[in-house]
Design a protein around this ligand. Sequence first.
Ligand code: ZN
Length: 82
Amino acid sequence: MAKDRLIRVAALSSGEVVVDLKQRAGGRGAYICPMWECVVVAYKRKALEASLKGGVPTDIYIELLKNAQLATGDLWKPKRKR
Ligand SMILES: [Zn+2]
């Protein structure tokens, strides 16, 4: 996915972590797909914490979920019952 379609999360020099939808905030940045599944996986693996080298409030992940959508096609297929 092109970088301009990813959501940027920035760790500002003040230590505050923000969802940087306009991609204009300074500080260290991490990018995440605007897909619900990717946000959930990142939350479980603490991927943003690793990229930003610091704590990320749960509120940030909630905000990401609000800006995400369900993946379709190959990215996500519902499991069928056998
Ligand atoms: Zn993804």
